[in-house]
Each structure stands twice: as structure tokens, then as C-alpha cells.
Design a protein around this ligand. Structure first.
Ligand code: GCB
Length: 594
């Protein structure tokens, strides 16, 4: 490349930066619409370890096919990657890869002039930039939440060129940050869709039971593109509801409607067909109704105290060594949780895909959802605070109509400092302000043990802002039982419900050994440790649920003990090959007895 070309490239790159478009935060949900084309499939790809693609304008593939400066970098049919799908599991060379990967495909459209068009990405890790026909149409940060790009103005009749850049490099100001105990899968890991809507369309809505009521539905609808008052019809035919709503001139209307729905619960996960119809647009969704509250130290669902029989898992299919992304994957994971006897899941440590959330709801599994504020977050940076708020807002926007979601969790194992407290308190307040139909919680491991009294206590400024507390403690693994488990006293946040949100031990399936020696990595040691923890749980007066860590062995680059781990965290109750370990049966019995 000569000097002239280089200057031209830099100039074009600057112009393109000027075109920067943030992905939209209030979003349509394509799962509730009919005019949607799934763009999943094989996409052309380029691996770009030195991040030269933006300089060489890979995104402008269409306009410079012959004589332009990027002739050497054209996408071709040589490397094709599955979308959705992390790339790490698609080529052995990419197992540990962290960096830029480019994707390209054509999108052919018969354009309707009276419509809007959006590209909807259900998730791409971690930074994602999107260009259509050489023009930037969106950028999003965060690997586990959806985003959409309005492409109405850029989309052409006929063939369009779609180029996407993903980058999953870790960074101290990212969420999560530099180190985390799961695989850093990169790429377009979830579904991609092209969505067509009318020019005035139903952009957003919520309908849930009003807080503390079992017979009053409350919510809102927001039309986008409205410049005058509009009529919308809300119907829930099974409840004989047909309600005419009139928006203000910005397309917004809030409503309350008397109704007596059968309440959603783990034993009867009832969902109703709900539809909103405006003059040009319709959305349909299955929605459940339930109440959730805390009474003293109890979690109360639909007026009845309930014990949360939980389990955690990562968004991963161990046998495939890759991210879970489909309905079939969701069934694979959740059927194992159901078999264990669960009525509750913790989708650790980040918002998982909607296949999982919606299927869990249908199966009667209550959900704890969390954002990846996981250890090591740079709380002193204000920008990081804004990122966390955005993630929390995005997950609440996505799942606000899911009856199954009962807890928004704002953090996992953060170390209290003034900066951390400030950020978490703001997050707790934000969650409460955005959604009063769910509980606010977090998972903490800063309990202190007093050897004189054999008592665990906690002192954390965040507690007054939470409805319930999750505690992670690996008794018998990272910390020895200091005395017999039956003698340990728990005085931790005694005025609130406490969920034992993590406990467990590593064991290699099929490895047998002593019940006394952790280093045996045996199923017997893991089983004994579970027994001891269950004994200790009897001494937690405010215990309202348990969540063993974890359902399946999962991949983690930080697990370097090559004899037993080999880059796997082996705390699964089920092995990477799908085999149930001894502790699985013990936990199943415990849940049967609850
Ligand atoms: C924890 C973390 C979890 C880890 C687990 C472990 O406390 O919350 O993400 O995977 O411990 O296995 O160490």
C-alpha cells in the first residue's frame, strides 16, 4: 500500500467513525412478531488477530471489489462460521482465541416502502459493530444481551451486504473484566433476525399483576413512530379481556384491568395468549401472572411461602464444547434441572438466551437472573458504572414480562469498598425503580466466621437495599469445616430470606476415593461434602433456598490442574459427558424431601 492509499483509508475511517450509531436500547422483541426472517446459517468469516479490519475497511466489501485498497481482504467462501455459535468451538485453532472476528453475508429483501426494518442480535460477545452496505448501523457492548439496529434508511431493494465485527478481548473496564471462571466464547453466539414492522409499530409493552394484587393487571404500551393519538386493543381471550386503549400523541398509554387469572407457579406454569393490536401492527406473546414478595424471612409466591430448590448452570453444552443457543439446547439443560427436582434456576453469571428463559418458564422453573458483575470489576471507573446500569436496564427490558423471573441479582462476590458500595446501591435502586414486580438480590461471600462462637455473620452496607441475600460458601472445599457441620451457627442477615446460592466441590466422574481427602477429587468426597453442607443448612434459620454449584462440569481456561481439570471446572453434579455423579442423587433426595 502506498502513502496515498494509507491517507485515503485513514480519512475514510474517520468519516465512518462520524457515522457512529449506537444500537437502540428500547427494543422490539422479534419472538412476538410474525414478519421476521432468521438470518442464522453459515456466514463468511475472517479472523483478524491484529485488528486491521477497520483500517482496511472490511465493512466496505461491496464498493471496493476490484480496484479499491482492500482487494486482498475480500470475504470469500474459504472460512465459513455457524451463526449462531461461538467460534472457539468451530476450529481447534480458535479454542483460546480472543480478538477480532469478522462476519459477512448477503441479505436479500423485497422492500416495502411503508415499513421499518431492524437487525436484531440476541447476543454477540463482547463488542459488536454492524455495517450494512458499507455504512455503520450499530454498535453494542456486552456479550449477553440483545441489541437492534434500525436499518430502514440503509436497506436497499434486492441484495444487501451485511458485515459484523465481534471482539471478545478481556479488558479491566469491561463487565466481566479480566478474569472469570467460564469460557470466554466469542462471536455471534445467539440468533440474528431481520425484522420488518409497519412505520408506526408496537415498540414495547408490559403486562404483569400490579404489585401486591392478584386481580389487577397493570402495564403500558408504547408505539414508535406515532405523531397523534392512536387506538390499541389489548386482548387476553381466555380471561375474556378485550380492552380498547387510547395512547397520548407520543404513542404511550398505561393501563390497569381487573382480571382473575390462574396464577403461574412451578406446579401449574399457566401462560395466557396476550395480544396487542394497533391500526397497523400486532404482537402476540404468552404471558403468565404471579405475585412474588418477601414476608419476614420467607419468599412468598402467590401468597404461599416457597422453598427455592435451585441449581446453576452456564450457557454451555459441555458435550459440544460450546455455547448453548437453541431450543434443543435449552431442553437438554433444563430437563436435567427438572430431573434433579428443581423449581428454581440461577442463570449464572450473566443473562442467558431467551430459549432458556422462555422454556424454563414453560417448565415451571422460577429464575434468578443476574448481570456479569462478577468479582474483579473496576468500580472506581464511572464508565463501568454506566455499563452496569445499561446491562441491568437491558435485561429488565427483555424479561419484564416473564413471570418465571422472580429475582434480579446485581452482583456476584464483589469485595465491599466505598466505590463498590456506591455502584451496587445505585444498581439496586435502579432495578427497584424499573421493576417493582420482582425481588432484588445479590450473591456474596464476605461472611466472617468467629472461631470462638462458631458463628458466621455478615456486615455489608448493601444489605438494606436488598430483598434477599445469596451467600456463596464452599465449606469443605475452599474452606475446611472448622467444627462439625452441625455445630456451625449462621447469623447472617437474619431479618431477610437467605439463599445458599453456591456450594460444592470438584469431582471427576468415575474417580473413586476417600471421603476425607479433598485431593482425591472423588465422587465420594463430593458426596460427603454435600451431606455435610445439608447438615449445616439445618442451622440457617432464614434459609429459603439452595443452589448447588453447579449442574454440569463447565469449561474454564483458569482451571489448569491438568490431572483432574484439564480446563474444566469439575464441580458439576453431572459430568461433561452427561453422567450423574453420586452427589446428584443425594441432592435429588434432598429436593424430594423439601
Ligand atoms: C465462585 C464463583 C463461581 C466459580 C466458583 C468456583 O464463587 O461465583 O463463578 O465458578 O466459585 O468453582 O470456584
Amino acid at each position: 500500500m502506498n502513502m496515498k492509499q494509507l491517507i485515503l483509508i485513514c480519512f475514510l475511517a474517520i468519516i465512518n467513525f462520524g457515522n457512529f450509531v449506537q444500537a437502540q436500547s428500547i427494543m422490539i422483541n422479534p419472538l412476538n412478531r410474525s414478519n421476521v426472517e432468521l438470518l442464522n446459517g453459515k456466514w463468511n468469516a475472517l479472523i483478524d488477530p491484529q485488528s486491521v479490519g477497520e483500517i482496511f475497511r472490511y465493512f466496505n466489501n461491496v464498493q471496493q471489489t476490484k480496484d479499491g485498497p482492500n482487494i486482498e481482504y475480500l470475504f470469500s467462501d474459504v472460512l465459513r462460521l455457524n451463526v449462531p455459535g461461538d467460534y472457539n468451538s468451530q476450529m481447534p485453532e480458535l479454542k483460546f482465541y480472543e480478538g477480532d472476528v469478522w462476519y459477512e453475508r448477503k441479505v436479500t429483501v423485497h422492500k416495502n416502502e411503508d415499513s421499518n426494518y431492524f437487525l436484531y442480535f440476541a447476543g454477540a460477545n463482547y463488542i459488536c459493530k454492524v455495517w450494512l452496505n458499507g455504512q455503520k448501523v450499530g454498535e453494542h457492548e456486552g456479550g449477553f444481551l440483545p441489541f437492534q439496529c434500525d436499518i430502514t434508511k440503509v436497506l436497499k431493494e434486492g441484495e444487501n451486504e451485511l458485515v459484523v465485527l465481534t471482539n471478545n478481548e478481556r479488558n479491566k473496564d469491561n463487565i466481566p473484566a479480566m478474569r472469570f471462571d467460564w469460557w470466554n466464547y466469542g462471536g455471534i453466539t445467539r440468533d440474528v433476525m431481520l425484522v420488518q414492522t409497519p412505520s408506526t409499530y408496537i415498540q414495547d409493552y408490559k403486562v404483569q399483576l400490579k404489585k401486591d394484587s392478584k386481580n389487577l393487571l397493570a402495564g403500558y404500551v408504547q408505539l414508535a413512530g406515532a405523531t397523534s393519538v392512536q387506538q390499541i386493543e389489548l386482548s387476553i381471550s381466555e380471561l375474556k379481556i378485550k380492552k380498547a386503549l387510547t395512547t397520548d400523541d407520543k404513542g404511550y398509554v398505561a393501563f390497569e384491568i381487573n382480571a382473575k387469572p390462574v396464577l403461574w407457579s412451578p406446579t401449574l406454569p399457566k401462560l395466557y395468549a396476550v395480544s396487542f393490536k394497533s391500526s397497523k401492527d400486532t404482537v402476540n406473546e404468552e404471558i403468565g401472572f404471579r405475585t412474588i414478595e418477601v414476608q419476614g424471612t420467607k419468599v412468598v409466591l402467590n401468597g404461599n411461602s416457597i422453598f427455592l430448590k435451585g441449581v446453576s448452570f452456564h450457557e454451555e453444552i459441555a458435550q459440544r464444547l460450546g455455547r448453548a443457543y437453541s431450543d434443543a439446547d435449552a431442553a437438554m439443560i433444563l430437563s436435567e434441572a427438572k430431573a434433579l427436582g428443581c423449581n428454581f434456576i440461577r442463570t449464572a453469571h450473566y443473562p442467558q438466551n431467551e430459549h432458556i428463559v422462555r422454556m424454563a418458564e414453560k417448565l415451571g422453573l422460577m429464575i434468578w437472573e443476574e448481570i456479569p458483575v462478577w468479582q474483579g470489576i473496576n468500580f472506581t471507573n464511572k464508565v463501568v458504572m454506566e455499563k452496569a446500569k445499561t446491562m441491568l436496564t437491558e435485561i429488565i427490558n427483555r424479561d419484564k414480562n416473564r413471570a418465571a423471573v422472580i429475582i434480579w441479582s446485581i452482583a456476584n462476590e464483589t469485595v465491599p469498598t466505598p466505590a463498590c458500595d456506591t455502584m451496587l446501591i445505585e444498581l439496586a435502586k435502579l432495578a427497584r425503580q424499573k421493576d417493582d414486580a420482582r425481588l432484588i438480590g445479590g450473591a456474596f461471600d464476605n461472611m466472617k466466621f468467629d472461631v470462638k462462637t462458631n458463628t458466621f455473620t455478615i456486615d455489608d452496607n448493601l444489605l438494606p437495599f436488598l430483598d434477599l441475600l445469596g451467600v456463596n460458601k464452599y465449606m469443605g472445599w475452599y474452606m475446611k469445616f472448622p467444627v462439625d457441620p452441625s455445630e456451625i451457627i449462621w447469623k447472617v442477615a437474619l431479618d431477610k430470606p437467605l439463599i445458599f446460592s453456591e456450594f460444592g466441590a470438584e469431582a471427576l466422574y468415575g474417580q473413586h476415593g476417600s471421603t476425607d481427602v479433598p485431593s482425591s477429587w472423588s465422587e465420594e468426597y463430593q458426596e460427603k461434602l454435600y451431606k455435610d453442607n445439608l447438615i449445616m443448612f439445618n442451622n440457617i434459620p432464614n434459609l429459603c433456598g439452595t443452589v448447588p454449584w453447579i449442574l454440569f462440569d463447565f469449561r474454564s481456561a483458569t482451571r489448569n490442574q491438568m490431572k483432574n481439570q484439564d480446563n474444566w471446572n469439575r464441580k458439576g453434579l453431572v459430568s461433561d459427558k452427561g453422567m450423574r455423579k453420586k452427589a446428584w442423587y443425594l441432592m435429588q433426595k434432598y429436593y424430594e424431601s423439601k
